[in-house]
Write a new protein. Structure first.
Length: 385
């Protein structure tokens, strides 16, 4: 007797495309950029417009300098009171996902209240605030899925400062720069792993202008997440092998916002069958020391795993078995600890190489029963003879 289970899993084909947006880094100058101005801020108006973008409200063209730190020392946009910029692009070809990466910072002015940035597109809207909890750079990099489009649909991307009642003169308005759109195409098959994107290779683009990874904020929807097939709780950092120690491949997840932050996926499995979940727990070689404690949940099974880290890039491979349930089985990785580096930056456990397979234990559990039944049948037959 042989049990044959056919699994259809998918991996995503990735298409990098940098030129969907015009002037995505604001380096094409505004029409009347003063060459000898002493102020790093130039208010956009009917005479000072920015190529590729439409604006509304108070929008300032910012030049890096003493008052403003920007990636690449270039230019950026500060969204002031009711400030809003937008650009429309055309989603040509098949239906594909559009993932946005951008940098967010604050101009250092005498400000008290931080205002967040709202990024929206026809299918989505998300709010980002500059926190500086997860890195030392003067800007933060965020990743966000805008939506899925194709067939020539036109997509209006809008960035705006959140409406505020506070004194505009003491408000820290958001400064946005270096927008990068990456697209992810249709699914392909993979039979080695029941979990698509278990190695976290498919996510938003990394920016050359940052050495600190891409922050992903809470996203409860599997289809709307920038991390393909995973929902996000709290804040996680999408890290790359160029700047961090990555257990496998080119990218991994570092759970940075402490207790209850993490990632989750769901998979329809065969009810009552045994499965094996394998993963790697490590540290990113980013001086995150202490005990890294992760709770892993798979269906009705839960187990804790820990790693004593000295922050210099260690990894341990773990596995656990569990039974598939009647409804899609949820697989969760949660941090049970809040960890900070000596310099105050929040950090945490790295998860990578998550592999889900039907357990061979299933077969060997059945074998003794089958053998016993076989002998019982022979016994009965010999009695009959
Ligand atoms: C900038 O240069 C223009 C002429 O090129 C001059 O009229 C103006 O006064 C200068 N402004 C400053 C702030 O130096
Ligand atoms: C734009 O330029 C025109 C012509 O020079 C001028 O009349 C107008 O006041 C300028 N607008 C602003 C907002 O500075
Ligand atoms: C820029 O920074 C200097 C001090 O570095 C300060 O005196 C000045 O007011 C700042 N300018 C603006 C526009 O905030
Ligand atoms: C910005 O949005 C408005 C509609 O709200 C649209 O008319 C305009 O064309 C958009 N600008 C760009 C550059 O796409
Ligand atoms: C605003 O952001 C700055 C930079 O991270 C931070 O120091 C400050 O505490 C924040 N202020 C508020 C009111 O959140
Ligand atoms: C903000 O500052 C400007 C001048 O820099 C001033 O005209 C305005 O009254 C101030 N607004 C508030 C609410 O204090
Ligand atoms: C895992 O650790 C947390 C925190 O110490 C604890 O609350 C939880 O019960 C543990 N879970 C399991 C399955 O041991
Ligand atoms: C950190 O731990 C690794 C083993 O995990 C060890 O080889 C290394 O020497 C330790 N480094 C420090 C600075 O303690
Ligand atoms: C950790 O980073 C240091 C340099 O900062 C490097 O020498 C070391 O090889 C890295 N460790 C791992 C495990 O990648």
């Amino acid at each position: 007797m042989k049990l044959a289970i056919i699994f259809i899993t998918c991996i995503f084909r990735s298409i990098a495309s940098a030129d969907i947006l015009q002037n995505p880094d604001f380096e094409l100058p505004i029409s009347n950029l003063p060459t000898n101005s002493t102020s790093p801020f130039v208010l956009l108006n009917e005479n000072n417009t920015i190529p590729g973008w439409t604006f509304q409200g108070e929008v300032q063209y910012v030049t890096a300098g003493a008052n403003v730190s920007l990636p690449r020392n270039g230019h950026a946009i500060m969204l002031g009171q009711d400030g809003k910029i937008n650009q429309t692009f055309t989603a040509n070809g098949d239906l594909i996902q559009y993932l946005l990466t951008f940098t967010l910072s604050l101009a250092s002015r005498n400000c008290k209240a931080n205002v967040s940035l709202v990024v929206s597109a026809p299918d989505s809207s998300a709010e980002f605030s500059f926190t500086q909890k997860f890195g030392k750079e003067a800007w933060e990099v965020y990743g966000h899925q805008l939506g899925t489009w194709g067939n020539g649909e036109s997509v209006n991307l809008i960035l705006q400062s959140q409406v505020t009642d506070t004194d505009p003169n003491s408000t820290c308005w958001p400064v946005v720069d270096t927008l990068f759109l990456k697209t992810l195409g249709p699914l392909a098959q993979n039979s080695d792993n029941l979990l698509p994107n278990g190695g976290f290779e498919l996510g938003p683009a990394f920016l050359d202008s940052s050495g600190e990874g891409v922050l992903l904020i809470s996203e409860p929807s599997l289809v709307e997440s920038a991390l393909q097939q995973w929902t996000i709780m709290g804040t996680v950092k999408y890290i790359n092998s160029k700047n961090y120690f990555i257990p496998e491949g080119k990218a991994a997840i570092e759970i940075v916002s402490g207790v209850s932050a993490g990632i989750q996926t769901a998979k329809t499995l065969s009810d009552g069958s045994n499965y094996n979940l394998e993963f790697m727990l490590g540290d990113a070689n980013d001086s995150c020391s202490g005990e890294l404690l992760v709770g892993v949940g798979a269906g009705s099974s839960a187990q804790n795993f820990s790693l004593q880290s000295n922050g210099s890039g260690a990894v341990k491979k773990y596995s656990m078995t569990f039974k598939g349930g009647p409804s899609p089985t949820q697989i969760t990785f949660l941090s049970y600890k809040t960890t900070q580096r000596e310099d105050g930056v929040f950090c945490g456990p790295v998860i990578d190489g998550v592999v889900l397979r039907a357990s061979h234990g299933h077969k060997s559990n059945l074998q003794p029963i089958l053998i016993a039944l076989f002998f019982l049948a022979i016994l009965q037959m010999s009695e009959l003879l």
